[in-house]
Design a protein around this ligand. Structure first.
Ligand SMILES: Nc1ncnc2c1ncn2[C@@H]1O[C@H](COP(=O)(O)OP(=O)(O)OP(=O)(O)O)[C@@H](O)[C@H]1O
Ligand SMILES: [Mg+2]
Length: 253
């Protein structure tokens, strides 16, 4: 059931406790949302579990493996991939090229390139895989367009596509629908639900609660570096949202 968990994760910046003994569990096959007012430590948490930031103390366990303070590429090898708040796909590249460059094994290594036929076969398979992903995201008709011609929402979908090329177990996203129109935002979560059915789990930070709430399985609320409330399943999630502690930090925001 548990895919990732943290134990008393802590991180300070010049005396400011951005993470203060954070214990969060990410279930398998579920969407876990971390919410909280600005500056509550959400991005710091995501950066810490994905290796982009070193913590001062505590642990991150993924499928029982201690991955605390490992490098991003090592964590990625475990099957965790994160997308960024402002995706910066290589803008002059086409949509297809953008998906392909995310697959780190393409043409990798001198040894492989010596076996050119094997390498070409691999490349063919990668393109096929990339097209399947683009089809799934309904971006296939744009495959040869420069990615800079995509809308903001399509860019986020492309970012998910890049993540999918790595066969992830967990996709970590920081504000995936910030600045995205509601229709397309629901479309993005429609894809997330479909991917969940295929066995991919999600850890998401998002402020647009009106849109995301119906899609989540597990909710954590952070404030000043600490988890102040947690709920799993509809009933508990409703309770968290009505919890006076939670309401208060939002009113004070
Ligand atoms: N690299 C850094 N150096 C110094 N302070 C930082 C750094 N990163 C984050 N902080 C501080 O840590 C606290 C938590 O920041 P964080 O970015 O995690 O918040 P957040 O919950 O993601 O906020 P938002 O909703 O605005 O994105 C803030 O007070 C922030 O200023
Ligand atoms: Mg943030």
């Amino acid at each position: 059931m548990t895919l990732l968990e943290t134990e008393n994760l802590s991180k300070s910046f010049d005396g400011l406790k951005a993470l203060n003994n954070v214990n969060i569990t990410v279930d398998r096959n579920a969407l876990t949302l971390v919410m909280g007012p600005n500056g509550s430590g959400k991005s710091t948490f995501i950066n810490a579990v994905s290796g982009f930031l070193k913590v001062d103390s505590g642990k991150v366990l993924f499928e029982g493996n201690d991955i605390t303070n490992k490098e991003p590429n090592e964590i990625y090898d475990y099957g965790i991939v994160r997308t960024f708040q402002n995706p910066v796909p290589l803008k002059s590249m086409t949509v297809l090229e953008n998906i392909l460059v995310s697959e780190k094994h393409v043409g990798e290594g001198i040894l492989n390139s010596m076996f050119r036929s094997k390498w070409m076969k691999q490349e063919e398979e990668m393109v096929e895989k990339a097209f399947k992903i683009l089809e799934f995201l309904k971006l296939d008709h744009r495959w040869d367009h420069p990615s800079k011609s995509l809308s903001g929402g399509q860019m986020k979908l492309l970012e998910i596509g890049r993540a999918l090329m790595t066969n992830p177990k967990l996709i970590v996203m920081d504000e995936p629908i910030a600045g995205v129109a509601p229709g397309l935002a629901h479309d993005i979560f429609g894809h997330v639900l479909e991917l969940k059915k295929r066995g991919i789990s999600f850890l998401i930070v998002e402020h647009r609660l009106d849109i995301i709430m119906q899609y989540i399985d597990n909710l954590y609320v952070m404030f000043n570096g600490s988890v102040i409330a947690h709920g799993r399943g509809r009933k508990e999630i409703e309770d968290v949202l009505n919890d006076p502690k939670v309401v208060e930090v939002y009113i004070g925001d």
